[in-house]
Design a protein around this ligand. Structure first.
Ligand SMILES: NC(=O)c1ccc[n+]([C@@H]2O[C@H](COP(=O)([O-])OP(=O)(O)OC[C@H]3O[C@@H](n4cnc5c(N)ncnc54)[C@H](OP(=O)(O)O)[C@@H]3O)[C@@H](O)[C@H]2O)c1
Length: 498
């Protein structure tokens, strides 16, 4: 269920232009999502998919698409008539992104298709190219909306610090109006993240509890068992703080902490998210050690397999101090959240894989049942995003028997009875772009504000020569216990829910 009051509609016919159509994101996510959207009527049958392809013939490109589909949507390739229908929608425009004639050719191709159609420009390309592409589109007259809408989609990272994020926003906004720009954060496209909003704002029992009077602290986390895979070159320049906390986790924090918006529209929601970001207490350089943790995986064993150290991964410098684990404790200085720690943490090569928002309530003020029982545990409400999305509520109940001893009762509600029913984040987000709904996308001011908040930490970590290590496949990060020592229950390791 999409957390908005909009009706699910077939988007108007659109020319879907993909820059970077031969890349990994297109292969794994965009093409399979578009195929499914076409099949179920979310994309209009008059829409075309235009791939801007460099150094390949049309035949080679189509073969690449087919191979990708075989891997990620085999049902399409194996059904000859569906594959042919899909194929009929594909159009190739050859050219290099750095060559202005590419955009002229694209403009000509669009006119030939029917210039009055809407266009979505999806940049599935290295971010260094965003500026070149937008200026190419402008020069070819493809940014103005005289004969249909023009929407630009970009993938994170949106800059690598405040200065570069500002420069990028300026560059994009010199060509497109802010409402034409869709900055994708695929985390916000997950149904389970949107479910968090529905839980908050469609259940009246939540609101009275959702504040400093009842909540001890909140932990928002992603733990991965994987290492950096093939992303070393990117990751060496990024690290966990940039890669996960500044983007996905801070976005989720704003959804957890924001006030109810006046309506479920893009700007009403994003205005409330911005208020949260503005209320985050800044961390002074001398306080960084108190509020932030970083560490890097050493060798170890993950899910029974030997895992090498980060510094031994291909393309990683042997003396790299890049963090593969990061945590930050934020405070939101407003009436609702004053004094409640928000602990955002993310790590690679952890003991188990999980992505969660855990709301830890305060302890009961007094233990009435103190004769035999241990003190009741503080309640927790956990929104699990992956794996097995759903909600877990931990309460205390009487143990069967003659005493009033208590034990924890764990109530689990899977998000969907069948995970196969859950829409893919890219389907949701691309449909939102096609229908002009920016609610789940980051606005320029949000992006800049979140960079501004983490910038002192980035600066402090920039020139360091060493970083703490943890064994791959463990939770062995003592600094996390220190960071959470005043939080009820301490560091919440996701395996606790299994
Ligand atoms: N992959 C993911 O799961 C993922 C997740 C989140 C965000 N992202 C973001 O999505 C974007 C794309 O990532 P990716 O993993 O798909 O990258 P990728 O596999 O390296 O693909 C890059 C694409 O850009 C094209 N390209 C690069 N330079 C070009 C040029 N001068 N002219 C024409 N085409 C050019 C490449 O074409 P060639 O094939 O000809 O080189 C390729 O199609 C990046 O911004 C990344 O940060 C990716």
């Amino acid at each position: 269920m999409v957390a908005s009051n909009k009706k699910i509609e077939t988007a108007a016919p659109t020319n879907i232009v993909i820059f970077g159509v031969t890349g990994d994101l297109s292969k794994r996510k965009l093409m399979p999502a578009l195929v499914r959207m076409l099949c179920c009527g979310l994309v209009h049958t008059d829409s075309k998919i235009i791939g801007v392809v460099n150094n390949r013939t049309e035949e080679v490109w189509i073969n690449l698409v087919r191979e990708g589909m075989q891997e990620f949507s085999p049902e399409i390739v194996e059904d000859e008539s569906r594959w042919k229908k899909f194929l009929a929608r594909l159009i190739m425009v050859p050219g290099d992104l750095g060559d202005e004639t590419t955009y002229q050719r694209l403009a000509e191709a669009l006119v030939e298709l029917d210039g009055k159609k809407n266009a979505m420009f999806y940049c599935a390309i290295p971010p260094d190219w965003y500026g070149k592409v937008t200026s190419g589109l402008r020069k070819a007259g493809l940014a103005n909306e005289d004969d249909g809408y023009r929407r630009l989609v970009i993938e994170k990272p949106f800059g690598h610090n405040l200065e570069s994020a500002r420069a990028l926003n300026k560059e994009l906004q010199s060509v497109f109006k802010e409402e034409q720009i869709y900055r994708i954060d695929h985390y916000l496209g997950k149904e389970s993240v949107q479910n968090l909003l529905v839980y908050r704002f469609a259940n009246s029992i939540m609101e009275p509890l959702w504040n400093r009077n009842y909540i001890d602290h909140i932990q928002i986390s992603t733990a991965e068992t994987l290492g950096i895979e093939y992303r070393a070159k990117y990751y060496e320049r990024s690290g966990a703080l940039r890669d996960m906390i500044q983007s996905h986790l801070m976005q989720m924090m704003t959804l957890v902490a924001m006030e109810p918006p006046v309506e479920f529209t893009a700007d009403a929601v994003r205005d409330e998210k911005m208020k949260v970001l503005r209320a985050i207490r800044s961390i002074k350089p001398e306080e960084i050690k108190l509020h932030a943790v970083s560490a890097q995986y050493a060798s170890g064993t993950v899910e029974g397999e030997a895992a090498k150290a980060y510094v031994s991964e291909e393309f990683v410098s042997p003396d790299s101090a890049t963090e593969t684990f990061a945590a930050v404790r934020f405070y939101i200085d407003n009436w609702r959240w004053e004094g409640v720690p928000f602990i955002l943490w993310s790590g690679k090569r952890m003991k188990s894989k999980s992505s969660e928002v855990m709301i830890r309530f305060r302890k009961p003020p007094f233990n009435l049942f103190d004769s035999h029982a241990s003190a009741p545990a503080a309640n927790a409400l956990v929104f699990r995003l992956q794996p097995e999305s759903g909600v877990v509520l931990r309460l205390n109940a009487k143990k069967p028997g003659l005493t009033t001893d208590n034990e924890e009762m764990v109530m689990r509600a899977p998000y969907a009875a069948d995970e196969g029913e859950v829409a893919d984040a890219y389907e949701i987000l691309m449909h939102d772009v096609l229908t002009g709904d920016g609610t789940l996308f980051s606005r320029a001011d949000e992006v800049e504000s979140s960079w501004q908040i983490v910038e002192p930490i980035l600066d402090a970590w920039k020139n360091r020569v060493s970083v703490e290590r943890y064994r791959a496949g463990t939770w062995d990060i003592p600094a996390m216990d220190e960071l959470t020592k005043d939080c009820v229950g301490g560091w919440h390791k996701p395996t606790v829910h299994k």
